[in-house]
Design a protein around this ligand. Structure first.
Ligand code: FAD
Ligand code: EPU
Length: 335
């Protein structure tokens, strides 16, 4: 069951060739309990490897999530509760929901990775976050091997954040996630400017959930690099949130500042705009750089090491800090 000295190249979207001293793919709670008895440490849980930067070889166990299955466990006229194995591919689950005409996750089309990782950073895109459709999850505890259930309030979801990135980091393996999707009267979320533009271009005035998914796929494909062609992990940093005093001072200095107003006098500034304005967009340094169509996406042009990408990330971070006084926080898990 445990393989030794395994290359992680096929398992991470940055396309980095690091090795794991031990590697196991698990499909059931019983596999999990057997594996933890071996006591090989440290353990790295791997889903689709689409939100991690591997800077060195992993001396320990890589546990690949292959828990599968999609099941409607309850269906009323209005809703369906769907239970999904953590190792299912996220986008395939979205496509499945559309084929069943179940609504709620169409705006999250084309996000890479697994269902089991989706609660970790409360994935989000185009006005929807995982927490909007989340009911509960089942997770296996490393300490005991037992199954625990976490409801929405237990997960402490925030912007690209949850309890699994903070207090409970490294303690649980998410094996199953339960979603509440709409069966009719779908709530169409097309307030995002780019979605509206695509629908208008196509002459669609009453979009279906399938139309929204297609529009999101079109937008994403036009600016985000396909990891199969160009290694990346999506947005490298989170969009920073700043208070009113800092915001007003910044806007005075940079009148073209792009921002989104949040509740409680907070302002979100797009990190992509900051990095772009700092002159990094499309710049290549060695085998890495900032993508030409989206500066927030750091890329591997081929042959880059994780350490090289991380060095570049730190340079960009420092440059943004020097110009704007804002410290960018990585969204990607740097290992
Ligand atoms: P991995 O990268 O394998 O793991 C991420 C972290 O979660 C690691 O710390 C890992 O140990 C932990 N982990 C993974 N699975 C489990 C589990 N079952 N139990 C416990 N811990 C676990 N994200 C967004 O939110 N919105 C986007 O729009 C978006 N767009 C992207 C576009 C591209 C092109 C790419 C490459 C990435 C994008 N991402 C986006 C980031 C990424 O797709 C998500 O964070 C995704 O949820 C990661 O899933 P994964 O299975 O690949 O996780
Ligand atoms: N911008 C620039 N130059 C750039 C990139 C962006 O000026 O090079 C500007 C854009 O013009 C726009 C603003 O910055 O005014 C925001 O850009 P965009 O709409 O592309 O979205 P983002 O804020 O960069 C976020 C998420 C994405 C998510 C999209 C859509 C974060 C860190 N990123 O990106 O999530 O798909 O919104 O909702 O919140 C991810 O998490 O990996 C990810 C891709």
């Amino acid at each position: 069951m445990i393989k030794k000295n395994v290359s992680l190249l096929p398992y991470n979207t940055f396309g980095l060739d690091v090795k794991a001293s031990h590697f196991a793919s698990i499909k059931t709670p019983s596999d999990f309990r057997q594996i933890i008895k071996t006591a090989i440490q440290p353990i790295l849980i791997l889903g689709g490897g689409s939100n991690m930067l591997l800077t060195k070889n992993w001396k320990g166990l890589v546990l690949k999530n292959d828990f599968k299955g999609i099941e409607i466990i309850e269906k009323t006229a209005n809703h369906a509760i769907v239970a999904v194995g953590g190792g299912e591919n996220w986008h395939e689950f979205v496509l499945w929901s559309l084929s069943q005409n179940l609504g709620g996750i169409e705006n999250l089309s084309l996000i890479p990775g697994t269902v089991g990782a989706s609660p970790i950073q409360n994935i989000g895109a185009y006005g929807v976050e995982l927490k909007d459709v989340f009911v509960k999850l089942e997770a296996l505890r490393f300490e005991t091997g037992r199954k625990n259930t976490f409801h929405k309030k237990d997960c402490k979801f925030g912007y690209r954040d949850s309890v699994f990135k903070k207090q409970l980091k490294g303690q649980f393996f998410i094996s199953k996630v339960f979603f509440k999707l709409t069966n009719r009267n779908h709530k169409i979320k097309n307030s995002y400017g780019a979605i509206k533009e695509v629908l208008t271009q196509k002459g669609i005035t009453k979009p279906t959930i399938q139309d929204i998914s297609k529009a999101v796929i079109e937008i994403r494909s036009s600016k985000l690099p396909d990891p199969k062609e160009l290694g990346n992990s999506g947005s490298f940093f989170k969009n920073p949130e700043i208070g009113k005093v800092q915001f007003e001072a910044l806007q005075k200095k940079f009148p073209n500042l792009v921002f989104y107003e949040l509740p409680n006098d907070q302002y979100k500034i797009p990190a992509g705009w900051l990095i772009d304005q700092a002159g990094w967009k499309g710049k290549r340094i060695g085998n890495t750089g900032c993508h030409a169509k989206q500066a927030l996406v750091l890329v591997n042009y081929g042959g880059a090491t994780g350490a090289e990408v991380w060095e570049h990330a730190k340079t960009v971070q420092q440059s943004v800090k020097d110009i704007y006084g804002i410290e960018l926080t990585p969204e990607v898990n740097v290992l």
